[in-house]
Design a protein around this ligand. Structure first.
Ligand code: ADP
Ligand code: MG
Length: 574
Protein backbone atom coordinates (compact mmCIF):
# COMPACT_ATOMS: atom_id res chain seq x y z
CA UNK A 1 0.00 0.00 0.00
CA UNK A 2 1.26 3.48 -0.72
CA UNK A 3 1.89 5.84 2.15
CA UNK A 4 -0.76 8.52 2.51
CA UNK A 5 -1.52 11.28 4.98
CA UNK A 6 -4.48 10.46 7.21
CA UNK A 7 -7.56 12.63 7.00
CA UNK A 8 -8.20 15.14 9.77
CA UNK A 9 -11.15 13.06 10.99
CA UNK A 10 -9.10 9.88 11.15
CA UNK A 11 -6.35 11.65 13.05
CA UNK A 12 -8.90 12.98 15.51
CA UNK A 13 -10.43 9.55 15.99
CA UNK A 14 -7.03 8.08 16.69
CA UNK A 15 -6.43 10.81 19.28
CA UNK A 16 -9.90 10.18 20.67
CA UNK A 17 -8.84 6.58 21.22
CA UNK A 18 -6.30 7.87 23.72
CA UNK A 19 -8.11 10.76 25.32
CA UNK A 20 -11.76 9.72 25.11
CA UNK A 21 -12.06 6.09 26.02
CA UNK A 22 -15.41 6.24 27.77
CA UNK A 23 -18.17 8.66 28.78
CA UNK A 24 -16.38 9.55 32.01
CA UNK A 25 -13.46 10.96 30.02
CA UNK A 26 -15.82 13.22 28.07
CA UNK A 27 -17.05 14.55 31.39
CA UNK A 28 -13.51 15.06 32.58
CA UNK A 29 -12.48 17.07 29.51
CA UNK A 30 -15.62 19.21 29.42
CA UNK A 31 -15.59 19.97 33.14
CA UNK A 32 -11.90 20.82 32.98
CA UNK A 33 -12.63 23.26 30.17
CA UNK A 34 -15.35 24.87 32.28
CA UNK A 35 -12.96 25.17 35.23
CA UNK A 36 -10.28 26.66 32.99
CA UNK A 37 -12.90 29.22 31.89
CA UNK A 38 -13.26 30.37 35.55
CA UNK A 39 -16.77 28.97 35.90
CA UNK A 40 -18.38 29.37 39.31
CA UNK A 41 -21.15 26.89 38.59
CA UNK A 42 -21.05 23.75 36.41
CA UNK A 43 -24.17 21.77 35.59
CA UNK A 44 -23.88 18.30 34.17
CA UNK A 45 -26.60 16.20 32.58
CA UNK A 46 -25.73 12.60 31.87
CA UNK A 47 -28.26 10.33 30.18
CA UNK A 48 -28.16 6.57 29.59
CA UNK A 49 -24.67 6.20 30.94
CA UNK A 50 -23.49 8.95 28.61
CA UNK A 51 -24.55 7.20 25.42
CA UNK A 52 -27.39 9.44 24.37
CA UNK A 53 -26.52 12.76 26.02
CA UNK A 54 -23.71 14.38 27.96
CA UNK A 55 -24.30 18.07 28.57
CA UNK A 56 -22.00 20.37 30.48
CA UNK A 57 -23.10 23.95 31.07
CA UNK A 58 -20.93 26.58 32.73
CA UNK A 59 -21.05 30.29 33.55
CA UNK A 60 -17.45 30.90 32.59
CA UNK A 61 -15.79 33.35 30.22
CA UNK A 62 -17.28 31.82 27.08
CA UNK A 63 -15.80 31.64 23.58
CA UNK A 64 -15.74 34.58 21.16
CA UNK A 65 -17.93 33.91 18.14
CA UNK A 66 -15.03 34.24 15.71
CA UNK A 67 -13.13 31.58 17.68
CA UNK A 68 -15.89 29.01 17.91
CA UNK A 69 -14.87 27.00 14.87
CA UNK A 70 -11.20 27.25 15.84
CA UNK A 71 -11.96 25.79 19.28
CA UNK A 72 -12.95 22.48 17.71
CA UNK A 73 -9.89 22.31 15.51
CA UNK A 74 -7.08 20.00 16.38
CA UNK A 75 -4.20 21.48 18.40
CA UNK A 76 -5.99 24.77 18.84
CA UNK A 77 -5.88 26.13 22.35
CA UNK A 78 -6.07 29.47 24.12
CA UNK A 79 -4.09 28.16 27.06
CA UNK A 80 -0.50 28.26 25.86
CA UNK A 81 1.10 31.62 25.33
CA UNK A 82 4.35 30.64 23.68
CA UNK A 83 5.91 27.34 22.75
CA UNK A 84 6.99 26.74 26.26
CA UNK A 85 5.43 23.86 28.17
CA UNK A 86 7.03 24.57 31.50
CA UNK A 87 4.54 26.90 33.14
CA UNK A 88 1.19 25.28 32.75
CA UNK A 89 -1.42 26.66 35.09
CA UNK A 90 -4.54 25.47 33.27
CA UNK A 91 -6.02 21.98 33.33
CA UNK A 92 -6.02 21.74 29.53
CA UNK A 93 -3.34 22.79 27.04
CA UNK A 94 -3.17 20.08 24.37
CA UNK A 95 -6.06 21.45 22.35
CA UNK A 96 -7.35 18.05 21.43
CA UNK A 97 -10.35 17.34 23.65
CA UNK A 98 -13.04 19.13 21.67
CA UNK A 99 -11.96 17.82 18.21
CA UNK A 100 -11.53 14.32 19.64
CA UNK A 101 -14.99 14.24 21.20
CA UNK A 102 -16.49 15.81 18.09
CA UNK A 103 -14.94 13.16 15.86
CA UNK A 104 -16.81 10.34 17.58
CA UNK A 105 -20.17 11.95 18.37
CA UNK A 106 -22.73 14.59 17.44
CA UNK A 107 -21.62 17.71 19.28
CA UNK A 108 -23.02 21.21 19.67
CA UNK A 109 -21.20 24.07 21.39
CA UNK A 110 -23.17 27.13 22.34
CA UNK A 111 -21.30 30.00 23.91
CA UNK A 112 -21.53 33.64 24.78
CA UNK A 113 -18.28 35.38 25.50
CA UNK A 114 -18.27 37.82 28.40
CA UNK A 115 -19.53 41.16 27.24
CA UNK A 116 -20.69 39.82 23.86
CA UNK A 117 -24.10 40.92 22.60
CA UNK A 118 -25.24 37.49 21.49
CA UNK A 119 -24.55 33.79 21.80
CA UNK A 120 -23.52 31.56 18.89
CA UNK A 121 -23.52 27.85 18.30
CA UNK A 122 -21.67 25.40 16.08
CA UNK A 123 -22.55 21.76 15.48
CA UNK A 124 -20.40 18.88 14.35
CA UNK A 125 -21.34 15.41 13.28
CA UNK A 126 -18.59 12.77 13.29
CA UNK A 127 -16.13 15.64 13.25
CA UNK A 128 -17.63 17.54 10.30
CA UNK A 129 -18.45 21.13 11.11
CA UNK A 130 -21.63 22.79 9.91
CA UNK A 131 -21.91 26.59 9.91
CA UNK A 132 -22.19 28.89 12.88
CA UNK A 133 -25.61 30.24 13.87
CA UNK A 134 -26.91 32.67 16.48
CA UNK A 135 -28.31 31.01 19.58
CA UNK A 136 -29.93 31.84 22.90
CA UNK A 137 -27.74 31.73 25.98
CA UNK A 138 -27.35 34.28 28.78
CA UNK A 139 -23.71 33.56 29.59
CA UNK A 140 -21.02 30.92 29.55
CA UNK A 141 -20.78 27.81 27.46
CA UNK A 142 -22.91 24.73 26.92
CA UNK A 143 -21.41 21.67 25.27
CA UNK A 144 -23.83 18.93 24.25
CA UNK A 145 -22.50 15.57 23.18
CA UNK A 146 -25.08 13.21 21.70
CA UNK A 147 -24.71 9.64 20.48
CA UNK A 148 -21.19 9.22 21.78
CA UNK A 149 -19.15 6.69 19.78
CA UNK A 150 -21.84 6.34 17.09
CA UNK A 151 -18.98 6.86 14.63
CA UNK A 152 -16.80 4.15 16.21
CA UNK A 153 -19.03 1.11 16.82
CA UNK A 154 -16.06 -0.88 18.17
CA UNK A 155 -15.91 1.52 21.14
CA UNK A 156 -19.63 1.25 21.73
CA UNK A 157 -19.24 -2.44 22.36
CA UNK A 158 -16.83 -1.81 25.19
CA UNK A 159 -19.20 0.44 27.12
CA UNK A 160 -20.40 -1.05 30.35
CA UNK A 161 -23.92 -1.01 31.73
CA UNK A 162 -25.54 2.38 32.11
CA UNK A 163 -25.16 2.52 35.87
CA UNK A 164 -21.52 1.48 35.77
CA UNK A 165 -20.67 4.26 33.31
CA UNK A 166 -22.68 6.71 35.41
CA UNK A 167 -20.86 5.93 38.61
CA UNK A 168 -17.55 6.18 36.77
CA UNK A 169 -18.47 9.64 35.51
CA UNK A 170 -19.70 10.64 38.94
CA UNK A 171 -16.35 9.61 40.37
CA UNK A 172 -14.57 11.90 37.91
CA UNK A 173 -16.80 14.80 38.94
CA UNK A 174 -16.28 14.00 42.59
CA UNK A 175 -12.51 14.21 42.19
CA UNK A 176 -12.75 17.52 40.33
CA UNK A 177 -15.20 18.84 42.91
CA UNK A 178 -12.79 18.00 45.73
CA UNK A 179 -10.01 19.83 43.89
CA UNK A 180 -12.28 22.86 43.31
CA UNK A 181 -14.49 23.26 46.37
CA UNK A 182 -15.22 26.91 45.51
CA UNK A 183 -17.13 25.91 42.38
CA UNK A 184 -20.76 24.75 42.51
CA UNK A 185 -21.54 21.47 40.76
CA UNK A 186 -24.63 19.52 39.87
CA UNK A 187 -24.89 16.12 38.22
CA UNK A 188 -28.23 14.85 36.97
CA UNK A 189 -29.24 11.68 35.18
CA UNK A 190 -32.54 11.12 33.40
CA UNK A 191 -34.29 10.26 36.62
CA UNK A 192 -32.25 11.69 39.47
CA UNK A 193 -29.97 14.41 40.71
CA UNK A 194 -26.92 12.62 42.06
CA UNK A 195 -24.93 15.68 43.11
CA UNK A 196 -25.90 19.18 44.08
CA UNK A 197 -22.97 21.01 45.59
CA UNK A 198 -22.91 24.70 46.34
CA UNK A 199 -19.65 26.61 46.58
CA UNK A 200 -17.97 25.65 49.85
CA UNK A 201 -14.69 25.00 51.60
CA UNK A 202 -12.92 21.66 51.23
CA UNK A 203 -13.97 20.59 54.72
CA UNK A 204 -17.60 21.41 54.06
CA UNK A 205 -17.55 19.43 50.86
CA UNK A 206 -15.97 16.26 52.20
CA UNK A 207 -18.86 14.71 54.15
CA UNK A 208 -20.94 14.54 51.02
CA UNK A 209 -18.15 13.43 48.71
CA UNK A 210 -16.05 11.16 50.87
CA UNK A 211 -18.58 10.09 53.50
CA UNK A 212 -20.11 11.40 56.70
CA UNK A 213 -17.67 9.57 58.92
CA UNK A 214 -14.48 10.80 57.26
CA UNK A 215 -14.01 14.13 59.07
CA UNK A 216 -14.50 12.74 62.58
CA UNK A 217 -11.90 10.12 61.68
CA UNK A 218 -9.34 12.34 60.01
CA UNK A 219 -6.66 14.83 60.95
CA UNK A 220 -5.66 17.89 59.02
CA UNK A 221 -2.07 18.33 57.92
CA UNK A 222 0.06 20.87 56.13
CA UNK A 223 3.76 21.15 55.50
CA UNK A 224 6.26 23.02 53.36
CA UNK A 225 9.76 22.42 52.11
CA UNK A 226 11.58 24.48 49.49
CA UNK A 227 8.96 25.28 46.89
CA UNK A 228 6.65 22.37 47.61
CA UNK A 229 3.65 22.63 49.92
CA UNK A 230 1.44 19.73 50.94
CA UNK A 231 -1.87 19.87 52.77
CA UNK A 232 -5.04 17.90 53.26
CA UNK A 233 -6.76 15.47 55.56
CA UNK A 234 -5.45 12.08 56.54
CA UNK A 235 -7.77 9.36 57.82
CA UNK A 236 -6.81 7.78 61.14
CA UNK A 237 -5.07 4.42 60.71
CA UNK A 238 -8.12 2.78 62.29
CA UNK A 239 -10.29 4.12 59.48
CA UNK A 240 -8.91 1.88 56.78
CA UNK A 241 -10.41 0.46 53.63
CA UNK A 242 -9.93 -2.70 51.63
CA UNK A 243 -9.33 -0.64 48.49
CA UNK A 244 -7.44 2.47 47.61
CA UNK A 245 -10.33 4.19 45.86
CA UNK A 246 -10.89 6.65 48.70
CA UNK A 247 -7.58 8.41 48.21
CA UNK A 248 -7.74 11.77 46.50
CA UNK A 249 -4.60 13.33 45.12
CA UNK A 250 -4.51 16.86 43.80
CA UNK A 251 -1.55 18.64 42.22
CA UNK A 252 -2.00 22.37 41.62
CA UNK A 253 -5.78 21.93 41.58
CA UNK A 254 -5.62 18.99 39.18
CA UNK A 255 -6.90 15.60 40.39
CA UNK A 256 -4.26 13.00 39.60
CA UNK A 257 -3.58 9.34 40.21
CA UNK A 258 0.12 9.45 40.56
CA UNK A 259 2.41 6.62 41.59
CA UNK A 260 4.78 8.80 43.55
CA UNK A 261 1.95 10.26 45.63
CA UNK A 262 0.33 6.86 46.12
CA UNK A 263 3.65 5.47 47.32
CA UNK A 264 4.32 8.40 49.61
CA UNK A 265 0.91 8.04 51.26
CA UNK A 266 1.52 4.34 51.72
CA UNK A 267 4.89 5.20 53.21
CA UNK A 268 3.31 7.60 55.70
CA UNK A 269 1.12 4.79 57.07
CA UNK A 270 3.78 2.11 56.65
CA UNK A 271 3.74 0.51 60.06
CA UNK A 272 0.45 1.95 61.23
CA UNK A 273 -1.78 -0.13 59.01
CA UNK A 274 -2.32 -3.82 58.43
CA UNK A 275 -1.00 -5.09 55.13
CA UNK A 276 -3.49 -5.00 52.33
CA UNK A 277 -5.52 -2.16 53.84
CA UNK A 278 -5.62 1.39 52.53
CA UNK A 279 -5.94 4.74 54.27
CA UNK A 280 -8.55 7.31 53.26
CA UNK A 281 -7.02 10.69 52.49
CA UNK A 282 -7.15 13.92 50.57
CA UNK A 283 -3.65 15.04 49.66
CA UNK A 284 -3.00 18.29 47.82
CA UNK A 285 0.41 19.33 46.51
CA UNK A 286 1.04 22.91 45.50
CA UNK A 287 4.18 24.08 43.78
CA UNK A 288 5.26 26.50 41.09
CA UNK A 289 4.12 25.08 37.74
CA UNK A 290 7.67 24.66 36.44
CA UNK A 291 8.39 22.11 39.18
CA UNK A 292 5.88 19.62 37.83
CA UNK A 293 5.54 18.25 34.31
CA UNK A 294 1.93 17.49 33.47
CA UNK A 295 2.64 16.59 29.88
CA UNK A 296 3.60 12.95 30.46
CA UNK A 297 0.22 11.29 30.11
CA UNK A 298 -2.52 11.89 27.49
CA UNK A 299 -5.25 12.36 30.07
CA UNK A 300 -2.74 13.96 32.49
CA UNK A 301 -3.60 11.48 35.23
CA UNK A 302 0.09 11.10 35.99
CA UNK A 303 2.60 13.85 36.47
CA UNK A 304 6.33 14.09 37.01
CA UNK A 305 7.92 16.15 39.75
CA UNK A 306 11.24 17.91 39.47
CA UNK A 307 12.29 16.70 42.90
CA UNK A 308 10.41 13.50 43.70
CA UNK A 309 12.58 12.46 46.65
CA UNK A 310 12.09 15.76 48.45
CA UNK A 311 8.34 15.71 47.88
CA UNK A 312 8.04 12.12 48.98
CA UNK A 313 9.84 12.75 52.22
CA UNK A 314 7.83 15.93 52.86
CA UNK A 315 4.59 13.96 52.51
CA UNK A 316 5.72 11.02 54.63
CA UNK A 317 7.07 13.21 57.43
CA UNK A 318 4.12 15.63 57.49
CA UNK A 319 1.44 12.97 57.60
CA UNK A 320 3.33 10.71 59.96
CA UNK A 321 3.76 13.59 62.41
CA UNK A 322 0.08 14.47 62.64
CA UNK A 323 -0.89 10.82 62.90
CA UNK A 324 1.49 10.16 65.74
CA UNK A 325 0.28 13.28 67.52
CA UNK A 326 -3.32 12.19 67.18
CA UNK A 327 -2.49 8.70 68.38
CA UNK A 328 -0.90 10.07 71.54
CA UNK A 329 -3.92 12.26 72.10
CA UNK A 330 -6.30 9.33 71.97
CA UNK A 331 -4.11 6.45 73.04
CA UNK A 332 -7.02 4.59 74.53
CA UNK A 333 -9.04 4.56 71.37
CA UNK A 334 -6.17 3.62 69.18
CA UNK A 335 -5.80 0.06 68.09
CA UNK A 336 -9.38 -0.73 68.82
CA UNK A 337 -10.21 -1.43 65.25
CA UNK A 338 -13.92 -1.90 65.66
CA UNK A 339 -14.65 1.26 67.63
CA UNK A 340 -13.97 3.96 65.10
CA UNK A 341 -17.42 5.47 64.87
CA UNK A 342 -17.39 8.93 66.33
CA UNK A 343 -20.78 10.49 66.78
CA UNK A 344 -21.18 14.10 65.82
CA UNK A 345 -23.16 16.20 68.27
CA UNK A 346 -26.89 16.51 67.73
CA UNK A 347 -29.70 14.02 67.34
CA UNK A 348 -28.80 10.58 66.07
CA UNK A 349 -29.56 9.74 62.46
CA UNK A 350 -31.48 6.52 61.83
CA UNK A 351 -28.26 4.73 60.94
CA UNK A 352 -26.58 5.90 64.11
CA UNK A 353 -29.54 4.74 66.09
CA UNK A 354 -29.33 1.38 64.38
CA UNK A 355 -25.64 1.22 65.16
CA UNK A 356 -26.28 2.04 68.78
CA UNK A 357 -28.81 -0.74 68.79
CA UNK A 358 -26.25 -3.14 67.38
CA UNK A 359 -23.72 -2.08 69.96
CA UNK A 360 -26.03 -3.18 72.76
CA UNK A 361 -26.05 -6.77 71.65
CA UNK A 362 -24.09 -9.12 73.87
CA UNK A 363 -20.53 -9.27 72.64
CA UNK A 364 -20.23 -13.02 72.91
CA UNK A 365 -22.70 -13.53 70.10
CA UNK A 366 -20.72 -11.33 67.78
CA UNK A 367 -19.60 -13.18 64.76
CA UNK A 368 -19.88 -16.65 66.08
CA UNK A 369 -21.83 -19.71 65.09
CA UNK A 370 -25.09 -19.97 67.00
CA UNK A 371 -23.73 -22.48 69.46
CA UNK A 372 -20.68 -21.15 71.27
CA UNK A 373 -20.37 -24.17 73.55
CA UNK A 374 -17.55 -26.53 72.66
CA UNK A 375 -18.88 -29.70 71.13
CA UNK A 376 -18.00 -32.67 73.31
CA UNK A 377 -15.43 -34.77 71.52
CA UNK A 378 -15.83 -38.51 71.49
CA UNK A 379 -13.28 -40.40 73.55
CA UNK A 380 -9.85 -40.65 71.86
CA UNK A 381 -10.97 -38.56 68.94
CA UNK A 382 -8.07 -36.94 67.14
CA UNK A 383 -9.33 -33.59 66.01
CA UNK A 384 -7.30 -32.26 63.14
CA UNK A 385 -6.64 -28.95 64.83
CA UNK A 386 -6.49 -30.23 68.39
CA UNK A 387 -7.85 -28.63 71.55
CA UNK A 388 -7.47 -24.95 72.25
CA UNK A 389 -5.12 -24.17 75.11
CA UNK A 390 -5.12 -20.42 75.00
CA UNK A 391 -4.84 -17.22 73.11
CA UNK A 392 -1.77 -15.09 72.48
CA UNK A 393 -1.83 -11.34 71.86
CA UNK A 394 -5.61 -11.58 71.49
CA UNK A 395 -4.91 -12.66 67.93
CA UNK A 396 -3.60 -16.20 67.84
CA UNK A 397 -5.09 -19.37 69.25
CA UNK A 398 -2.72 -22.10 70.36
CA UNK A 399 -4.05 -25.62 70.29
CA UNK A 400 -2.51 -28.93 71.22
CA UNK A 401 -2.67 -31.86 68.85
CA UNK A 402 -1.50 -35.44 69.30
CA UNK A 403 1.65 -34.71 67.31
CA UNK A 404 2.50 -31.15 68.24
CA UNK A 405 0.68 -27.87 68.30
CA UNK A 406 -1.09 -25.50 65.95
CA UNK A 407 -1.11 -21.71 65.84
CA UNK A 408 -4.32 -20.33 64.37
CA UNK A 409 -4.84 -16.79 63.13
CA UNK A 410 -8.31 -16.21 64.56
CA UNK A 411 -9.34 -13.54 62.09
CA UNK A 412 -8.13 -15.41 59.02
CA UNK A 413 -9.77 -18.60 60.29
CA UNK A 414 -13.12 -17.04 60.99
CA UNK A 415 -13.05 -15.22 57.69
CA UNK A 416 -12.41 -18.46 55.85
CA UNK A 417 -15.22 -20.26 57.65
CA UNK A 418 -17.77 -17.57 56.91
CA UNK A 419 -16.60 -17.36 53.31
CA UNK A 420 -16.79 -21.11 52.72
CA UNK A 421 -20.20 -21.30 54.37
CA UNK A 422 -21.60 -18.67 52.08
CA UNK A 423 -19.96 -20.26 49.06
CA UNK A 424 -21.34 -23.66 49.97
CA UNK A 425 -24.85 -22.33 50.50
CA UNK A 426 -24.69 -20.43 47.25
CA UNK A 427 -23.51 -23.53 45.38
CA UNK A 428 -26.47 -25.45 46.81
CA UNK A 429 -28.73 -22.57 45.78
CA UNK A 430 -29.68 -22.22 49.44
CA UNK A 431 -28.04 -19.04 50.65
CA UNK A 432 -29.80 -18.34 53.90
CA UNK A 433 -30.61 -14.70 54.43
CA UNK A 434 -31.90 -12.69 57.33
CA UNK A 435 -34.09 -9.58 57.00
CA UNK A 436 -32.92 -6.92 59.44
CA UNK A 437 -35.33 -6.03 62.19
CA UNK A 438 -34.24 -2.44 61.87
CA UNK A 439 -33.04 -1.81 58.32
CA UNK A 440 -29.73 -0.01 58.48
CA UNK A 441 -29.17 3.28 56.73
CA UNK A 442 -25.54 3.51 55.67
CA UNK A 443 -24.19 6.96 54.85
CA UNK A 444 -21.68 6.74 52.06
CA UNK A 445 -20.71 9.09 49.31
CA UNK A 446 -22.72 9.53 46.11
CA UNK A 447 -20.33 7.46 43.99
CA UNK A 448 -20.37 4.46 46.29
CA UNK A 449 -24.14 4.71 46.72
CA UNK A 450 -24.64 4.82 42.95
CA UNK A 451 -22.36 1.83 42.53
CA UNK A 452 -24.26 -0.21 45.09
CA UNK A 453 -27.51 0.73 43.48
CA UNK A 454 -26.15 -0.20 40.07
CA UNK A 455 -25.24 -3.63 41.37
CA UNK A 456 -28.30 -4.22 43.55
CA UNK A 457 -29.46 -7.20 41.48
CA UNK A 458 -26.04 -8.79 41.69
CA UNK A 459 -25.85 -8.16 45.44
CA UNK A 460 -29.29 -9.66 45.93
CA UNK A 461 -27.95 -12.95 44.64
CA UNK A 462 -25.32 -12.75 47.36
CA UNK A 463 -27.95 -12.17 50.02
CA UNK A 464 -27.58 -8.41 50.40
CA UNK A 465 -30.69 -6.37 49.80
CA UNK A 466 -29.63 -2.78 49.33
CA UNK A 467 -31.82 0.10 48.18
CA UNK A 468 -31.07 3.73 47.44
CA UNK A 469 -31.82 6.12 50.29
CA UNK A 470 -31.58 9.73 49.20
CA UNK A 471 -28.34 10.99 47.75
CA UNK A 472 -25.21 9.31 48.98
CA UNK A 473 -26.83 6.77 51.25
CA UNK A 474 -28.31 3.30 50.97
CA UNK A 475 -30.59 1.28 53.17
CA UNK A 476 -29.65 -2.30 53.94
CA UNK A 477 -32.63 -4.59 54.44
CA UNK A 478 -31.33 -8.10 54.36
CA UNK A 479 -28.01 -9.86 54.87
CA UNK A 480 -26.78 -13.45 54.57
CA UNK A 481 -27.68 -15.25 57.80
CA UNK A 482 -24.03 -15.99 58.64
CA UNK A 483 -23.28 -12.26 58.62
CA UNK A 484 -25.98 -11.41 61.11
CA UNK A 485 -24.91 -9.08 63.90
CA UNK A 486 -21.78 -7.69 62.26
CA UNK A 487 -20.84 -4.12 61.52
CA UNK A 488 -23.16 -3.53 58.59
CA UNK A 489 -21.87 -0.09 57.73
CA UNK A 490 -18.32 -1.42 57.38
CA UNK A 491 -19.63 -4.36 55.39
CA UNK A 492 -21.45 -2.13 52.92
CA UNK A 493 -18.47 0.18 52.56
CA UNK A 494 -16.21 -2.75 51.89
CA UNK A 495 -18.53 -4.12 49.25
CA UNK A 496 -18.87 -0.69 47.62
CA UNK A 497 -15.10 -0.42 47.48
CA UNK A 498 -14.92 -3.85 45.93
CA UNK A 499 -17.39 -2.95 43.23
CA UNK A 500 -15.24 0.02 42.28
CA UNK A 501 -12.34 -2.23 41.43
CA UNK A 502 -13.78 -4.65 38.95
CA UNK A 503 -10.84 -5.96 36.99
CA UNK A 504 -11.56 -6.10 33.28
CA UNK A 505 -12.36 -9.57 31.99
CA UNK A 506 -13.36 -10.91 35.37
CA UNK A 507 -15.90 -13.73 35.12
CA UNK A 508 -19.15 -13.55 37.02
CA UNK A 509 -18.02 -16.44 39.18
CA UNK A 510 -14.73 -14.77 40.09
CA UNK A 511 -16.63 -11.65 40.91
CA UNK A 512 -19.05 -13.51 43.16
CA UNK A 513 -16.13 -15.05 45.04
CA UNK A 514 -14.33 -11.74 45.35
CA UNK A 515 -17.33 -9.94 46.82
CA UNK A 516 -18.13 -12.87 49.12
CA UNK A 517 -14.55 -12.77 50.38
CA UNK A 518 -14.91 -9.08 51.18
CA UNK A 519 -18.17 -9.69 53.00
CA UNK A 520 -16.57 -12.44 55.04
CA UNK A 521 -13.57 -10.27 55.86
CA UNK A 522 -15.66 -7.38 57.19
CA UNK A 523 -17.70 -9.65 59.28
CA UNK A 524 -15.03 -11.76 60.86
CA UNK A 525 -13.65 -11.61 64.39
CA UNK A 526 -10.94 -9.04 64.25
CA UNK A 527 -7.57 -9.70 65.66
CA UNK A 528 -7.49 -8.11 69.08
CA UNK A 529 -10.54 -9.75 70.57
CA UNK A 530 -10.34 -11.92 73.65
CA UNK A 531 -11.95 -15.32 73.18
CA UNK A 532 -13.17 -17.82 75.71
CA UNK A 533 -11.81 -21.38 75.47
CA UNK A 534 -15.23 -22.60 74.31
CA UNK A 535 -15.28 -19.99 71.57
CA UNK A 536 -11.81 -21.02 70.48
CA UNK A 537 -12.79 -24.66 70.30
CA UNK A 538 -15.97 -23.85 68.41
CA UNK A 539 -13.85 -21.98 65.90
CA UNK A 540 -11.46 -24.94 65.55
CA UNK A 541 -14.30 -27.40 64.98
CA UNK A 542 -15.84 -25.12 62.36
CA UNK A 543 -12.48 -24.87 60.68
CA UNK A 544 -12.13 -28.61 60.52
CA UNK A 545 -15.47 -28.88 58.78
CA UNK A 546 -14.31 -26.31 56.27
CA UNK A 547 -11.00 -28.06 55.73
CA UNK A 548 -12.73 -31.42 55.46
CA UNK A 549 -15.07 -30.07 52.84
CA UNK A 550 -12.01 -30.24 50.63
CA UNK A 551 -11.96 -26.57 49.79
CA UNK A 552 -8.76 -25.38 48.27
CA UNK A 553 -6.63 -23.38 50.59
CA UNK A 554 -6.31 -20.02 48.92
CA UNK A 555 -5.61 -16.62 50.38
CA UNK A 556 -3.33 -16.23 53.36
CA UNK A 557 -2.82 -19.23 55.64
CA UNK A 558 -5.24 -19.65 58.52
CA UNK A 559 -3.01 -21.83 60.66
CA UNK A 560 0.46 -23.24 61.01
CA UNK A 561 1.24 -26.60 62.52
CA UNK A 562 4.42 -27.44 64.41
CA UNK A 563 5.10 -31.15 64.91
CA UNK A 564 6.78 -32.30 68.07
CA UNK A 565 9.59 -33.81 66.07
CA UNK A 566 10.33 -30.43 64.49
CA UNK A 567 10.39 -28.84 67.91
CA UNK A 568 12.63 -31.57 69.23
CA UNK A 569 14.97 -30.89 66.38
CA UNK A 570 14.99 -27.23 67.30
CA UNK A 571 16.17 -28.12 70.78
CA UNK A 572 18.58 -30.68 69.40
CA UNK A 573 16.88 -33.49 71.19
CA UNK A 574 17.22 -35.57 68.09
P1 ADP B 1 -7.60 22.70 25.64
O1 ADP B 1 -8.49 22.67 26.80
O2 ADP B 1 -6.46 21.76 25.78
O3 ADP B 1 -7.17 24.08 25.26
P2 ADP B 1 -9.91 21.86 24.16
O4 ADP B 1 -10.06 21.14 22.89
O5 ADP B 1 -10.48 21.21 25.36
O6 ADP B 1 -8.38 22.15 24.36
O7 ADP B 1 -10.56 23.30 24.02
C1 ADP B 1 -10.10 24.17 22.99
C2 ADP B 1 -10.32 25.62 23.37
O8 ADP B 1 -11.70 25.91 23.40
C3 ADP B 1 -9.82 25.98 24.74
O9 ADP B 1 -8.44 26.33 24.73
C4 ADP B 1 -10.71 27.17 25.11
O10 ADP B 1 -10.18 28.36 24.58
C5 ADP B 1 -11.99 26.87 24.40
N1 ADP B 1 -12.99 26.29 25.29
C6 ADP B 1 -13.35 25.00 25.39
N2 ADP B 1 -14.31 24.82 26.32
C7 ADP B 1 -14.57 26.04 26.84
C8 ADP B 1 -15.47 26.52 27.85
N3 ADP B 1 -16.30 25.71 28.52
N4 ADP B 1 -15.46 27.84 28.12
C9 ADP B 1 -14.64 28.70 27.45
N5 ADP B 1 -13.77 28.30 26.48
C10 ADP B 1 -13.74 26.98 26.18
MG1 MG C 1 -9.65 21.06 27.34
Amino acid sequence: MPIRRLSETTVNRIAAGEVIDRPASVIKELVENALDAQASRIEIIFRDGGRTLIRVADDGTGIESHELSLAVERHATSKLTGDDLVRITSLGFRGEALPSIASVSRMTITSRARGAKAAYAVSLEGGLLSGMRPAALALGTVVEVRDLFFAVPARLKFLRAERAETSEALDVVRRLAIAHPGVAFSFTTADRQLLDLSAASLRERLPELVGMDFLPNAVEFSGKRDSYAVSGLAGLPTFHRAQGNMQFFIVNNRPVRDKLLLGALRGAYADLMTRGRFPVAVLAVDCPPELVDVNVHPSKAEVRFRDPALLRSLIVVTIRDVLSMSSRASATNFGNITASIVRPAGPLTPSQRAMAFEAQRPAAVHGFAEDPVAPILPENAQPLLGLARGQLHETYIISETAEGFVIIDQHAAHERIVYEQMKQQLANAALRTQPLLIPEVVDLDPVSAARLEAESEFLKRLGLIVEPFGTGAVILREVPAVLCGGDYAALIRGVAGDLSEMPAGESLEQRVFRVLATMACYHSVRAGRKLKIEEMNALLRDMEKTLNAGQCNHGRPTHVELKLKDIERLFQRR
